[in-house]
Design a protein around this ligand. Structure first.
Ligand SMILES: Cc1cc2nc3c(=O)[nH]c(=O)nc-3n(C[C@H](O)[C@H](O)[C@H](O)COP(=O)(O)OP(=O)(O)OC[C@H]3O[C@@H](n4cnc5c(N)ncnc54)[C@H](O)[C@@H]3O)c2cc1C
Length: 487
């Protein structure tokens, strides 16, 4: 392992170069701290890592961010003086919502990525004036809600909050499918505060954020910035242990070497950090009990299709029926084998919004998936992939003749790219901790742990919002906390 001992001790070691770790490391390096970033993966980005193979670049799985503009990702890029490598999907071509009616026919609604247009509603004939008026009233309530009113909704689930607006079955199915996609969690347990804060951002600042060259580019640039400021980046290096003496973090053990620093920031997930890397004996029993009880988000699993012809025409597709969205009961039923006729399907073709990703424009890589159990050992990943494939081929039969290779991605693959499975059923989560009541807002775990000098960053602590944006938000919050601790 190439630790630069000439530099002496580091001020901060960041375990993990996911969006949370990379952000936190760059901001601290920018403030003059000596930072080492250690990651088990070959490249930065964590769950949002971009793969570069055979002249093509593509995400490991479908990924797109929000808010589109004025985001924390943009702020990070400005602070590290990186060129803003941004391709925000164009309004005409961003996405399509495809609602499957009970009789099997389909309503297709094009959606833009500009502020307001993400709220595009399915233009189904069954949606009349009263439903549209209710949806408009709900959107106004969400977009104008003040922060102190939002904070009162930590313990109210979004399904209950929405039930006061009679939007009808189609718009309800549409809104709940979007919530499932954003949070990958049961709609009857997502706090209204978290959902509305996020939807407000999307409504006011747009969605459909992408970065030219691959979604992971900001994380890659953040890590480059760390090294440009004299810091160290060690890829392909797993941290085996966070070393703690007398209740204080003093460094990490990686590849048999002790790397020392008075602050360790872990992006490896709260459960792996506390229960495995640091060890439960280092924490008060009540803290360990709480950490053990935390619940992961569901997984998102599916397939990468490598095509020898450009079959797909729309960059992003969200396809659903009235049965596709999941609350707790529907998830439990699907886990037991009772799947809806049409699984919620999200498909993305990155080259349609960033042509630089493919060496040969006559080819495409299509990423498609659906929700499943986060348990890396669960058979639900295989069942979900089978259903995703069937739904894709039923919708685009012409795909089959052009597929040169299929690669599946499972909860186990997600765990390998991000966090270890240290609690039964956890590891392959799509987001991080589930954004459910009791784990968000005031109840979200504190990034400051009971061990002096040990902090958490990423989707488990310190942020809010959708996936990568939540991780970056956490990176900002934690960089401030660390700077305050170091002085
Ligand atoms: C299929 C799928 C689709 C998604 N789609 C979207 C989307 O469209 N939009 C969106 O915003 N988000 C999406 N997400 C979620 C988003 O990718 C994550 O929420 C976010 O990237 C998590 O960032 P993080 O910083 O919390 O940690 P992670 O990305 O989990 O990074 C953790 C890092 O820590 C490293 N690490 C862990 N343990 C160790 C160790 N012991 N030693 C060294 N390194 C270690 C890992 O290698 C990894 O690099 C998706 C995720 C998946 C899986």
């Amino acid at each position: 392992m190439a630790v630069d001992h000439a530099k002496g001790r580091y001020d901060v070691i960041v375990v993990g170069a996911g969006y949370g770790g990379a952000t936190c490391a760059a901001l601290l390096a920018g403030r003059g701290y000596r930072v080492a970033v250690i990651d088990k993966n070959p490249a930065p980005g964590g769950k949002a890592m971009t793969l570069h193979r055979d002249g093509n670049s593509y995400e490991m799985w479908p990924i797109v961010g929000g808010p589109a503009t004025g985001s924390r990702i943009e702020e990070l890029l400005e602070l590290i003086e990186a060129p803003v490598p941004e391709v925000i999907l164009t309004p005409e071509r961003a996405a399509e919502f495809r609602y499957i009616r009970p009789d099997g026919s389909m309503t297709m609604t094009p959606v833009g990525s500009l502020p307001g247009s993400v709220m595009g509603l399915p233009a189904d004939p069954s949606v009349g004036e009263p439903e549209l008026a209710a949806a408009a009233a709900m959107a106004v309530a969400a977009l104008t809600m003040a922060e102190n009113d939002l904070a009162l909704l930590d313990d109210v689930d979004i399904l209950t909050w929405m039930s006061t607006y009679d939007v009808g079955d189609v718009l309800r199915a549409h809104q709940l499918a979007i919530l499932n996609l954003l949070f990958v969690a049961p709609v009857d347990r997502i706090p209204a505060s978290e959902a509305l804060r996020t939807l407000k951002d999307f409504g006011l600042k747009g969605a459909g954020r992408y970065h030219a060259g691959g979604y992971a580019v900001p994380a890659e640039l953040a890590v480059e910035y760390v090294t440009s400021r004299g810091g160290t980046y060690l890829p392909r290096t797993a941290v085996d242990r966070i070393v703690i003496e007398n209740g204080t973090a003093i460094g990490v053990m990686a590849s048999g070497v002790l790397v020392e620093a008075p602050v360790v920031v872990s992006n490896a997930g709260i459960q792996p950090t506390v229960l495995s890397l640091a060890g439960p004996d280092q924490f008060p029993p009540a803290y360990v009990d709480r950490v053990m009880s935390l619940e992961p988000s569901w997984a998102f699993v599916g397939l990468r299709y490598f095509l020898d012809a450009p079959v797909m025409e729309v960059p992003m597709i969200l396809q659903f029926s009235g049965q596709s969205w999941w609350d707790t009961d529907r998830y439990v039923a699907a886990r037991a084998g009772h799947w809806p006729d049409h699984p919620l399907l999200f498909a993305a073709t990155p080259a349609l919004y960033d042509p630089t990703l493919v060496a040969d424009p006559s080819r495409q890589v299509v990423l498609a998936g659906t929700m499943a159990s986060p348990d890396p050992k669960s058979p639900m990943s295989a069942a979900a992939i089978e259903r995703t494939d069937a739904e894709m081929l039923a919708t685009w039969p012409e795909l089959e003749g052009h597929v040169t290779r299929r690669e599946s991605f499972t909860a186990a693959n997600t765990s390998a790219a991000s966090r270890a499975s240290v609690v039964p059923g956890q590891g392959g989560e799509c987001i991080g901790l589930a954004q459910v009541i009791g784990q968000c807002g005031a109840s979200k775990p504190d990034p400051v742990t009971p061990v002096r000098g040990l902090f958490l960053t990423g989707c488990d602590a310190g942020g809010y919002g959708c996936g990568t944006h939540q991780a970056v938000e956490s990176g900002f919050v934690v960089a401030d906390l660390v700077a305050a601790a170091l002085g």
